[in-house]
Design a protein around this ligand. Structure first.
Ligand code: RIB
Ligand code: CA
Length: 319
């Protein structure tokens, strides 16, 4: 599999990259940086530090992209990941530097150069991808598959009851991407709550590996683990991006998925960034209101995944 990862690298974005960068047979061809979790420039530093931690320093270009949403004010999540997005671990600056070139432009060039070859893994607000679509709409057909971590699936969000972070931060970008015609799979926050938790026992097993990569993982995960325990009352840490990557790399880990009609709310007073996901118990929406447009399914929504398989994928990245 040939992959471009679009990321606001902090916390779990790091672990997703680690899975992709260490998996035999996966070629990470570029990492593109978006605004999001912490300071924009810090995301690039974190991606470069992750490449180094995986022994891949200097091998994968890191391109800077959009430093802010299409039209909204940037919104960080350093309350989850620490000011540096790495649990304030004080990692040294990596030797590799960002590559010349711009993220959306690179996404377009690389996908259009070899149609049907490149899979996109989007684990940040979707601004870079929206800019790429606006630059060259044909990337939607030329991209092999798009994986998105974002939104909710008729469940509660992590920013508001209606919305998950990546879609809340730049709903206009998400709307452009979801309307572009990609062959797309979505791992939602709802699915993350279901299958993306690494329990304290599992984290203990990862720590016991005592490898350089497991130590790096444990250090980076400290802040979000503390947040999940104290603020969310969970018995472990949540891994939306790493789960998405694990499923993208091995579809055998998908236990249940449905083709759904999905769209994003950009105007709602209480529902900014809400991902509307069609549901089988509502087949009669058009009967209820003839003005409701019937929408064909446009995305595969992951409903359930192999938790043990996800853990095995994370562990394999750390040995
Ligand atoms: O809501 C989860 C998403 O936002 C993930 O991509 C994670 O990195 C976070 O900040
Ligand atoms: Ca992310």
């Amino acid at each position: 599999m040939r992959l471009i990862v679009d990321t606001d690298t902090a916390g779990d974005d790091v672990f997703s990259l680690m899975i992709a960068l260490t998996r035999p047979g996966v070629s990470v061809e570029a990492i593109t940086i978006a605004h999001g979790n912490v300071g924009f420039a810090q995301h690039a530093e974190n991606a470069l530090a992750t490449l180094e931690a995986c022994g891949r320093g200097g091998e994968v270009p890191v391109y800077l992209g959009a430093a802010r949403p299409l039209s909204r004010t940037p919104l960080a999540a350093s309350y989850v990941f620490g000011a540096d997005g790495m649990s304030d671990s004080g990692f040294p600056r990596a030797a590799q530097r960002p590559a010349p070139g711009e993220a959306a432009d690179q996404i377009v060039r690389r996908i259009m150069a070899e149609p049907g070859e490149i899979t996109l893994l989007a684990q940040a607000p979707l601004t870079n991808l929206a800019l790429a679509v606006m630059m060259e709409p044909r990337i939607a057909q030329a991209c092999r598959h798009l994986w998105i971590m974002g939104g909710t699936d008729n469940g509660v969000g992590n920013v508001t009851p209606a919305a998950e972070y990546n879609l809340y931060v730049d709903p206009e970008a998400a709307k452009i991407v979801l309307g572009a015609g990609f062959d797309v799979s979505i791992v939602t926050w709802t699915e993350t709550l279901r299958d993306g938790l690494l329990t304290l026992d599992q984290l203990g097993e990862l720590a016991a590996l005592e490898t350089p990569r497991s130590r790096f993982f444990m250090a980076v995960n400290r802040a979000s683990l503390a947040f999940a325990q104290k603020t969310q009352g969970l018995g472990g840490s949540l891994h939306p991006d790493a789960l998405t990557c694990a499923l993208a790399l091995d579809e055998a880990l998908i236990l249940d998925a449905e083709m759904c009609a999905v769209d994003v709310e950009t105007k709602g007073e209480l529902t900014r960034g809400y991902l509307s996901v069609s549901h089988p118990i509502l087949p009669d929406a058009e009967l209820a209101d003839p003005d409701l447009p019937g929408k064909p399914p446009n995305a595969r929504v992951i409903k359930s995944a192999d938790r043990a398989g996800f853990f095995a994928a994370m562990k394999a990245a750390l040995v």
